[in-house]
Design a protein around this ligand. Structure first.
Ligand SMILES: [Cu+2]
Length: 351
């Protein structure tokens, strides 16, 4: 609140100043007098130091207030690396910003109009140009290479054999997840088998043996310190998988499956005690404005230690147990029914 009032007063004062100068310069034009070295010139010069100084003080004052809303330390291996990349880049950019802008405003103040002062003229300076081209080039190269290194480490790794696969599917307007069950393999899916009325929202092909033990839980559970591979897809429009505490973000694109592998490093219990918040929960949110129910796309994530995770896994029941109607013949008739329904939609569209 205080910051807003501070900002508004600042804008108001600036506005009044600008108005006064405008009026004064109009008066000068009307009077047809040369007042280049007058009071207005000196005040403008002083403002060149004052305005950036006020901006700097407000920014420094505001930083700790904003920092309270920053995300806590990353809860994944690659998250810590991307955070370091972010802060190092931001520090370099901020230093550059301060140095160049201090120079810019200082020159405007120092070389304000003064009667009798002559401008120094020089066409070019090879040494100067070499410095201001080479220094940024070297800094940029180092930052880009460092960024590429972090990116490759996070995105280009081969999933190990014991990776925990979790399929995440976005739809309007909810996330749904599927686990491969005991065999560690997700069953095939086909968008043409998707049918909300029968309950096959994923479009799972239950004729595929691998899908027999797949289960669909109500929240995501993942084991701590073990790599998790998210297999991401969307059923209707673009969605985006966002797990802020793990620094995971990947779009869910219809027709183009994506994936993201990460290793969580802190259990939900660890985070609760670290933050002193017994109600803390990891979450999966959607960061693609995907429609009017976009805000509702929140899904709970629980990071368990090894024994808790094993216990949770053992409690999960295969989807087919709850929906035996998809077994064998059931799947065949659903396939037929869906093909017929799709044909009908197609014919209607043709008309
Ligand atoms: Cu969405």
């Amino acid at each position: 609140m205080l910051t807003v009032i501070f900002g508004l007063i600042g804008i108001l004062i600036l506005g009044v100043f600008l108005l006064l100068f405008r009026v004064q310069s109009l008066v000068t034009i009307l009077r047809d007098t040369d007042e280049r070295g007058g009071l207005s010139n000196r005040i403008n010069g002083a403002l060149m130091l004052l305005v950036p100084l006020i901006g700097f003080i407000v920014a420094v004052y505001h930083y700790p207030i904003a920092a309270k809303h920053f995300l806590p330390e990353a809860s994944s291996i690659h998250g810590k690396e991307t955070d370091s990349l972010f802060w190092i880049t931001l520090t370099v950019i901020t230093l550059m910003f301060l140095i160049t802008n201090a120079g810019l405003f200082w020159f405007a103040f120092k070389y304000q109009y003064k009667a009798g002062r002559k401008v120094v003229f020089f066409a070019d300076d090879h040494k100067l140009e070499l410095i201001w081209t080479a220094v940024p080039a070297v800094i940029m190269t180092v930052l880009v290479l460092y960024g590429a290194l972090v990116w490759n480490r996070a995105m280009m790794q081969e999933p190990p054999k014991d990776v925990q696969v979790v399929e995440v599917m976005g739809k309007q307007f909810a996330w749904q997840v599927r686990y491969p069950g005991k065999d560690g393999k997700l069953g095939k899916y086909d968008f043409r088998l998707t049918n909300d009325a029968t309950g096959n929202e994923f479009g799972i092909d239950f004729e595929d043996k691998n899908s027999e033990d797949d289960f669909i839980p109500r929240e995501i559970h993942i084991p701590v310190n073990k790599p998790v591979l998210l297999k991401i897809r969307a059923r209707d429009v673009l969605h985006s998988v966002f797990m802020p505490h793990f620094r995971v973000k990947m779009d869910a694109v219809p027709g183009m499956p994506t994936q993201f592998m990460f290793t969580p490093t802190k259990t939900t219990t660890d985070m609760r005690s670290q933050l002193g918040n017994p109600n803390f929960n990891y979450e999966l949110a959607c960061t693609e404005v995907c429609g009017k129910g976009h805000f509702a796309m929140r899904y709970l994530i629980v990071v368990d230690d090894e024994p808790d995770y094993k216990k949770w896994l053992a409690e999960q029941k295969p989807f087919l147990e709850e929906k035996p109607e998809f077994k064998g013949k059931g799947m065949k008739s659903l396939r037929k029914k869906n093909v017929a329904a799709n044909e009908e939609i197609k014919t209607k569209k043709d008309i």
